[in-house]
Unconditional design. Sequence first.
Length: 150
Amino acid sequence: MRRVHRSFDYTEAEIVASLLRTEGCPAHVFENGLSRLKWYQVIAFGGPVVMVADEYLDAANDVLARWRRGDYCLESEDRCPRCDSRDIEDNPNYRGWAFFFGCFLGLPLWPALKWRERCRSCHYHWKALPPDSYAAMNRAADTGELKRDD
């Protein structure tokens, strides 16, 4: 067995192993539970390691190369309301200063900067709707109201 991916996050290692298994490469995550028991020492322990059998090494490296390149990313459906461009910047304002002024001067500035989006093409600003909470999406999925993109 050979190591194909090392991570300091157990969840990421499981996601990578699942991706490899989906693409036909039997992959396993080894970490002996140390990252979950002593999370502050994950770097010293080496972190979780994703391993595959020697005969699947080339296929696993191809899948990981596509993953690092971003071939598995989902395309965003966000568009600018003015020019219909997909080149959108999330929250272009730095909220740290708003928090500073709000805490030390008593000015409630951070609500004005929340959920702001800006189009990089036409520089139009708008206030986007916040995403649904996990509980709301779970209720919608249970009742069959969740839209699916099949």
